[in-house]
Design a protein around this ligand. Structure first.
Ligand code: SF4
Length: 738
């Protein structure tokens, strides 16, 4: 039996770190909030990053909210999720005490010291028996980056493990990989003002009206009468509101983008000045010769004339053209090359680094961007590289930890961690603020994984998510609104969140839980300076020095609030001596034509399109598309289902969109139950018959747990992001089945 360390060498007592009452350690409600009647916080759902004004009672407790009028992101607007952001905090499903599974298999309440003792003892034993690669964690893009960084540094530098990833792999890994390879750093170049300053806005695989409704509001504020072009297999809400909808065949996007480049280069509609800042144009020009519109027409479902017209629209001289993409590109078996094909078009036409231009990914989760820089999972903390000895030395010196504690190789990716757990190589898994038992592709495979795990820890704000119900140990966490920290939105803007409610029962902030684990593990002294989120922020800020994401010019949280959020980079050297002169509210990257590669040139990257990983056939003749259902639903609905208002705004049960001609042929009537089957599983859904999908396609909203029983385990080879968007299914009226 490994003794339970009640005290780290210099850190606080473990029992103090988890001491009741429940709000202890979340950061007291700042006294400066009393008797002020409002404070602000960035919304905790999506990466639009709207700021909310929280209305407080005399004890500093939030009693209501409204969108912040003068924040440069949302300009006084919020979607239903933001308006109802306080609802999920009071759910009776909140995890209020640690739960430990007993010998009979029941999850029973326990106290924090027992929970931490169990956590430490079990993981140390597994490490001792099976080695440091036998334990992994899967984290999230939903918590402040100070918490992500503490978790990643604790796990790798303090506890001595290697393998970890976050659910940002399901969301933005493709965009991050595309930027890193093309620009030399994961650097989305645009700013939201570009929505309002473009002449041509191309939305590809992006349903802004539903997924990012406030960004759609920014589009319709554009006073330049922009042409809005939506490229999407579905007639989404955004496609219906656009100037033009190009209803292409699923995964015809890469061939289409190469064909556009073919036309633009053929007609010399290029920007030589921008191309001078790139590498690979000669090879690319040769490559796209094989993609004349006539040759990709069949593959894309678009006529050669349509492709030629689009090529003209996206290369017109003197026009500002911006491209924006989300999961329709990212969640694809060739998403990285597709994102880079968009980047290539912007590079060759000079639509980058200027107002109203740019290739830009619109991120999903509220802090996916924070995860990409600070989580210490796929990259070394603060935008560094585990494989670079100089980076390891810098982090070692700055954090005061032995260099041998910093891994010199990368972690397994999300899918590889799950595969290793299923194979019995990873024996223990720690899941933080995410729900893979619902959200992972081909989700039925997770049951086998669970059976092969010796120990599953889930840290969550609810006790009954699909993943929490499978846990051996549940650690109850404080939610957004109950803790402090920072998020980074899709335009690289750092904003703060505040403590405006008490966490229920014994729930603790993730930050406090990680500190308690550090103490329990015996490495508390390594994190002695990480006393609270703002102290952690300053440590992380200093680590960014001389990296593209350098934010050493940011003083503290109040500086961020004062400026209406601050976009990275903001290095110390750029801070004006005159403190009244602060950074512009909107900033974009690459205005100078210099990129982050060794040559300072952007790389034009490409490779031939490949076929669908699972194309329809005789047995499974339909192609299943998945995506967001409504603006009132968020991912696995662990939070949005807890709001009685939001629940009224979306269908409780799953529905499937079917084209009228297919429904008629199969005898499926409106609202009847339909069975949808793939090679991996099946589900029932109510028929929604509409020409929003093409004949031969069906669409399911991703929020229902049954949907990922059907999806196919295929990945983009560069980003290892799953391909959620296209797999083969059959459909039939459920009345034809017993
Ligand atoms: Fe929150 Fe996103 Fe809605 Fe804004 S658009 S209120 S950030 S969920």
């Amino acid at each position: 039996m490994i003794p339970f360390p009640l005290k780290s060498h210099t850190g606080p007592l473990t029992r103090d770190l988890v001491q009741e009452p429940g709000n202890f350690g979340l950061g007291k409600i700042p006294s400066r909030l009393k008797p002020a009647s409002t404070t602000t916080s960035i919304c905790g759902y999506c990466a639009t990053g709207c700021q909310l004004k929280l209305h407080l009672d005399s004890d500093g407790i939030a009693i209501n909210l409204s969108p912040q009028a003068d924040y440069p992101v949302n300009l006084g607007m919020a979607c239903p999720k933001g308006w109802q952001a306080l609802d999920p905090l009071t759910s009776t499903d909140r995890a209020t005490t640690p739960l430990l599974r007993d010998a009979s298999g029941k999850l029973l309440p326990t106290d924090w010291l027992t929970a931490l003792d169990t956590f430490t003892t079990r993981l140390k034993k597994i490490k001792e028996t099976h080695g440091p690669e036998s334990v992994a964690f899967l984290s999230t893009g939903q918590i402040p980056f100070e918490e992500m960084a503490l978790l990643g540094c604790l796990f790798k530098f303090g506890m001595g493990f290697l393998h970890c990833d976050a659910n940002t792999r399901q969301c933005m890994a493709t965009a991050a990989t595309a930027y890193k390879q093309s620009f030399g750093f994961d650097a989305p170049p645009s700013t939201y003002a570009d929505f309002e300053e473009s002449d041509v806005i191309v939305l590809i695989g992006a349903n802004l009206c539903i997924a990012h409704p406030i960004l759609w509001q920014r589009v319709i504020r554009n006073k330049r009468s922009p042409k809005i072009i939506v490229i999407d297999p579905r007639a989404t809400e955004t496609a219906q509101a656009a100037t033009q909808h190009l209803s292409l065949k699923p995964k015809g996007d890469l061939a289409l983008l190469y064909s556009l480049a073919h036309c633009i280069i053929r007609d010399n509609r290029i920007d030589p000045k921008s191309i001078a800042n790139t590498e690979g144009i000669v090879e690319f020009s040769e490559f796209v010769k094989d993609y004349p519109p006539e040759s990709v027409s069949l593959r894309t479902g678009l006529s050669p004339e349509t492709i030629e017209a689009l090529a003209f629209d996206v290369s017109e001289s003197g026009k500002r053209i911006s491209w924006w993409w989300t999961m329709g590109v990212n969640q694809s078996h060739e998403g990285t090359r597709t994102a880079q094909a968009i980047i290539n078009l912007c590079l060759i036409t000079g639509n980058i680094g200027k107002p109203g231009t740019g290739p830009s990914s619109i991120t999903g989760q509220c802090n996916a961007m924070g995860s990409r820089l600070f989580s210490n999972t796929t990259g070394l903390v603060a935008g560094h590289d585990f494989l670079d000895p100089a980076h390891r030395e810098k982090i070692s010196l700055n954090l005061g930890i032995p260099i041998e504690n910093i891994p010199d190789r990368n972690s397994l990716a999300y899918d590889e961690i799950l595969d290793a757990a299923t194979a019995g190589k990873i024996k223990a898994l720690w899941i933080i603020a995410t729900n893979p038992f619902h959200s992972w592709i081909d989700s039925e495979k997770l049951a086998k994984l669970r059976a092969n795990l010796d120990f599953l820890v889930v840290q969550d704000i609810y006790h009954n998510t699909e993943s929490a119900l499978a846990a051996d140990l549940l650690l109850p966490a404080a939610s957004w609104g109950e803790k402090q920290g920072c998020f980074i939105n899709s335009e690289r803007r750092i904003g703060t969140i505040k403590t405006v409610r008490k966490a229920p029962g014994k729930a603790l902030s993730d930050f406090r839980i990680f500190r308690a684990i550090a103490s329990s593990w015996g490495c508390g002294e390594m994190f002695a300076k990480w006393t609270d989120p703002e102290a952690a922020f300053k440590i992380l800020r200093d680590l960014t020095k001389d990296r593209p994401c350098d934010i050493t010019g940011i003083r503290d949280y109040s500086h961020i609030d004062l400026q209406g959020g601050i976009q990275w980079p903001y290095p110390e050297i750029s801070k004006p001596a005159d403190s009244t002169s602060e950074p512009a509210a909107e900033r974009r990257l690459f205005a100078d034509g210099f990129y982050y590669t060794p040559s300072k040139k952007a790389r034009i990257l490409f490779s031939p399109p490949t076929g669908l990983p699972e194309a329809p056939d005789m047995e499974f003749p339909f192609l299943l598309l998945t995506g967001r259902g409504t603006s009132s639903q968020w991912h696995t609905q662990s939070r949005t289902a807890k709001s009685h208002v939001l629940r009224k705004l979306y269908p409780h049960n799953p529905y499937v969109e079917i084209h009228p001609s297919d429904a008629s042929r199969l005898g499926i009537s409106s609202h009847s139950l339909v069975r949808i089957s793939s090679r991996r599983g099946e589900m029932l859904a109510s028929a929604y018959i509409a020409p929003t999908v093409q004949s031969g396609h069906v669409f399911l909203p991703m929020h229902y747990p049954q949907v990922n029983r059907l999806t196919h385990s295929s990945l983009d080879p560069h980003s290892r992001q799953p391909n959620y968007k296209a797999c083969a299914v059959s459909i039939s009226s459920s009345e034809n089945h017993p």
